[in-house]
Each structure stands twice: as structure tokens, then as C-alpha cells.
Design a protein around this ligand. Structure first.
Ligand SMILES: Nc1nc2c(c(=O)[nH]1)N[C@H]1C(S)=C(S)[C@@H](COP(=O)(O)O)O[C@H]1N2
Ligand SMILES: [Mo]
Length: 206
């Protein structure tokens, strides 16, 4: 008899081509940044309704009301991490305090060291999207994005930007770090939107 390290996952819960590995792989490009609460800030910039950039200090951001989302997480390299319990600040909360101008259809999420990922406003405001500060009841570990990462569980995980520092409201869509390097602009794992050559008209910037 074959021993199984993880309980089997119902096939319908895994998007096509994905598998559940042992443990929880950590993956990112570049170094893990150091968090300095006194200088840390999260900016909401670009096409805000007032035209001004909003800056949230650590004290203010970490004091915003929190919600919890339980979701699976799908990396384009084909591993999935199932049943993560994320807790943090909903994009809706941030958008109430720093609203976008009319006509904003996309956002760019920026991290330390210039990593970025773009998404449609509808993906950003999806009820499962969250600025996570905690995973499974504990603050994020440094390599998982401490102090704040975006979690967009319904898109491939490169859109779940760790070490977030800014949200940029876009009137016109623009490609982020991996989207510029051959990955799909939308990135829906259920439709296996892995690579930019699979994009249909209207799924990418002109
Ligand atoms: N800032 C930043 N965020 C990032 C990345 C990165 O390189 N830099 N990599 C992405 C990719 S490709 C994946 S699969 C997930 C991995 O998250 P994990 O390390 O928590 O498993 O983080 C995403 N967020
Ligand atoms: Mo990934």
C-alpha cells in the first residue's frame, strides 16, 4: 500500500495541470526585504479621485479592520497550496479611504524592489482578494511577504504580490513584472491562462 503524506484533494478543487506538493514551497524573485515600521508606508497613487497620493503609515494600516479568507493558492509552476487561512485588510476598505477616479479599470500592485503585478479592478475587488497580514493565525513570515502581501486566490500566484508598498490606479492597463516577461495578463488558473501567447483580443493592454 502506498502511504500518502497529505489527504487526497478532490480533483474538482484543483485547476487543470496543478498538483499538491509536500509542504508549502516559498518562491520569489530577489531578496527578502527588511521591515522597518518607522519608514514603511503603503501608497495609493495614480488615478485617485482627488488626484493626490494617499500614504498609510504602518500604524494606520495595521489598525484597519480585518477580515479572513480561506482559499487555495495556485502557482503557474504547477504547485498548489490548499486551504490557507489569510487574515487582513480588504481592498474595499482601502478604496473607501483612497477612492479611485471614475474610469479606473485596472490596478498595478507594487512591492519592495520594484516587483509588480497588474490586474483588472474586478479581480482586485473580488471578495476573496485581501491584503493579508496573517497566515493561519500568525503574522506572515518574512519570506511569505511580511508585513503585508496581496492575496488574489482566483488568479495564478504571481499576482499575489508579497511585501506590498503601493497600489496604482490605472485608467489604461499596463503589464507588471511577469506579465512583461511572457506570462498571461489575466492569469485565470481555471482557464489555464499561463502565457501571454494564449491571450485573446481584449485580455491584454493594446
Ligand atoms: N514581491 C514579490 N511577490 C511575489 C513574488 C516575487 O517574486 N516578489 N513571486 C510570486 C510568485 S511567482 C508566487 S508563486 C508566490 C509565492 O508565494 P509563497 O512564497 O508564499 O508560496 O508569490 C508571488 N509574489
Ligand atoms: Mo509562481
Amino acid at each position: 500500500m502506498v502511504e500518502q503524506s497529505e489527504p487526497p484533494v478532490e480533483e474538482t478543487r484543483l485547476p487543470p495541470g496543478q498538483y499538491v506538493p509536500r509542504g508549502s514551497p516559498v518562491i520569489h524573485y530577489g531578496r527578502v526585504p527588511t521591515f522597518r515600521p518607522a519608514t514603511w508606508g503603503l501608497q495609493v497613487m495614480g488615478a485617485t479621485v482627488s488626484g493626490e497620493t494617499h500614504r498609510f503609515s504602518w500604524e494606520r494600516f495595521s489598525g484597519l479592520p480585518r477580515t479572513t479568507v480561506v482559499a487555495d493558492f495556485h502557482c503557474v509552476t504547477k504547485f498548489s497550496i490548499m486551504g490557507n487561512e489569510w487574515s487582513g485588510v480588504s481592498p474595499a476598505t482601502l478604496m473607501e479611504l483612497a477612492p479611485p477616479a471614475p474610469g479606473v479599470g485596472h490596478v498595478m500592485i507594487w512591492a519592495e524592489y520594484g516587483y509588480s503585478a497588474n490586474m483588472r479592478m474586478s479581480d482586485f475587488t473580488d471578495p476573496h482578494t485581501l491584503f493579508a497580514l496573517e497566515l493561519d493565525g500568525k503574522p506572515l513570515s518574512p519570506e511569505r511577504g511580511f508585513p503585508v502581501r496581496l492575496v488574489v486566490p482566483h488568479l495564478y500566484a504571481w499576482k499575489s504580490v508579497k511585501w506590498v508598498r503601493a497600489v496604482e490606479y490605472l485608467r489604461e492597463d499596463r503589464r507588471g513584472f511577469w506579465e512583461e516577461r511572457g506570462y498571461h495578463n489575466v492569469a485565470d488558473p481555471w482557464r489555464e491562462q499561463r502565457y501571454s501567447y494564449q491571450e485573446e483580443p481584449g485580455e491584454g493592454p493594446p
